[in-house]
Design a protein. Structure first.
Length: 132
């Protein structure tokens, strides 16, 4: 499966992010700088491969979002390293460890490989959520 989008008003309007009270919201401004988004999802031999690229109008916005994603990845690893935090903490931790986030000028690139055993667990979790 491949996907692509041209976002004339930026990404924040598509995810419902509102401006902060002070009006100086770096995250909203950086997300509004994202005007192109594309990627793919491939399942091969039961393993899932996800790739996404977001292209910002300016390099400084891409750098900000890249730094934010890396910080979230580090925080998530810390949160899920205590396996008692969540029923599938080991799966989430593996996903965070396998996620490769990179920056190429104005592009933020995310690549993730999810092993077959984890795909089954994630599908079960999604089905459970959807059936509630």
């Amino acid at each position: 499966i491949t996907f692509g989008a041209h976002l004339p008003n930026g990404l924040s309007s598509y995810i419902g992010l509102k401006e902060s009270v002070g009006g100086d919201d770096m995250l909203k401004l950086a997300l509004d700088s994202i005007r192109k988004l594309h990627g793919s999802l491939d399942i091969n031999d039961g393993n899932a491969y996800f790739s996404a690229t977001a292209e910002a109008l300016e390099a400084k916005d891409a750098e900000y979002l890249y730094s934010l994603l890396v910080m979230l990845q580090i925080a998530g690893k810390g949160m899920f390293s205590d396996k008692s935090n969540a029923p599938n903490a080991e799966v989430y931790l593996r996903m965070l460890e396998n996620a490769e986030i990179s920056l190429d000028e104005k592009k933020i690139i995310l690549n993730l490989e999810v092993p077959k055993s984890d795909v089954y667990i994630l599908v079960r979790e999604i089905n459970k959520i959807l059936s509630e």
